[in-house]
Design a protein around this ligand. Structure first.
Ligand SMILES: Nc1nc2c(ncn2[C@@H]2O[C@H](COP(=O)(O)OP(=O)(O)O)[C@@H](O)[C@H]2O)c(=O)[nH]1
Ligand SMILES: [Mg+2]
Length: 291
């Protein structure tokens, strides 16, 4: 039997749960989700993915029904391996801390022992950096006070906008790899080199213009036989779209967001950053939608 893991998204209404699920599980273009607001989720929106050797059940809980999810007779949290609690950093600190305290209470009441909790302080693109630091500190202080400052309870500032996309991609891949006990650095050399070429494609062609598959041969010395499976993988990861009978392709805004994150790095930090990115690509390439 295939081992299964359960991931729950929870948070007040409108914080970005469904958006994050769509961007990082369904590989939907982040800009599309920022431009067109989604209908509020009702009840539970659940999907199953295969991830490496396991099946991953992902549940996105409607924020409007939080009283039900947190009620005594709710069993929605049973057997959960990862709770992703999405809070909007721009809302009142007290409101966010109250929500975190509800999650802590649930974790204690239900004795969720094999469950990690990730608090995403989302939409950091809308807050002043100084204000962000203050809020982060206040929430950290609260967790220290509650003695909930450990590896199974972590907070992360996130946003799906251009400036923060790469960092958030990294955070999500870190959460996914923890779920399967994957240790950073254990990717094999061949795969590592393989994803390095994919990253070159992202960097080279993320100009929002149309390119021919044969360009890969001239620019990057990739034969058209090797090019197609690579481009298909990038398509699956949400970085690319094929055009006109699959002879041409164009990279998505996701690729542009990605490249931009890479560009901002100092040269001496770049290599570490690239290694991390390659592993993130590897992690995400093992996430597949179950038909
Ligand atoms: N500025 C900004 N808006 C976001 C971000 N993520 C999501 N949103 C917006 O937040 C709103 C609510 O998102 P949604 O995913 O429906 O929230 P949910 O109710 O928690 O599922 C939508 O208009 C999204 O476009 C982000 O990182 N930054
Ligand atoms: Mg929703």
């Amino acid at each position: 039997m295939v081992e299964t893991k359960k991931v729950l998204f929870i948070g007040p209404p409108g914080t970005g749960k469904t958006t994050i699920k769509n961007v990082f599980f369904e590989m939907v273009n982040p800009l599309k989700l920022l431009k067109n607001t989604l209908d509020p989720t009702r009840g539970i929106n659940s999907s199953i993915y295969s991830f490496f050797e396991l099946d991953l059940g992902v549940f996105d809980l409607a924020g409007q029904e939080n009283d039900d999810w947190f009620s005594k007779d709710s069993n929605i949290f049973n057997h959960t391996n990862l709770i992703i609690c999405v809070l909007d950093i721009n809302r009142y600190l007290g409101e966010n801390i109250e929500f975190i305290s509800d999650v802590i209470r649930i974790q204690n009441d239900l004795k969720l022992s094999n469950c990690s909790i990730a608090i995403l302080l989302h939409k950091i693109d809308l807050i002043e950096p100084l204000y962000l630091q203050r809020k982060l500190k206040a929430i950290n202080d609260y967790l220290i006070n509650e003695k909930r400052q450990d590896m199974s309870f972590q907070i992360y500032p996130t946003s799906i906008t251009k400036k923060y996309f790469l960092e958030t991609y990294d955070i999500m891949s870190h959460l996914f790899s923890n779920l399967i006990g994957y240790k950073i650095g254990s990717i094999n050399e061949k795969l590592f080199q393989d994803f390095k070429i994919d990253l070159q494609i992202i960097v080279q062609y993320s100009d929002q213009k149309e390119h021919k598959i044969t360009d890969l041969f001239y620019d990057l010395d990739i034969s058209s036989k090797d090019a197609t499976p690579r481009l298909k993988r990038l398509e699956k990861l949400g970085f690319l779209e094929f055009l006109e009978n699959s002879h041409n392709f164009q990279l998505t805004e996701r690729a542009d967001f990605f490249r931009l994150g890479l560009k901002s790095e100092e040269i001496d930090e770049k290599e570490t950053k690239i290694n991390k990115i390659l592993e993130s690509l590897y992690i995400f390439s093992n996430l597949n939608q179950k038909k």
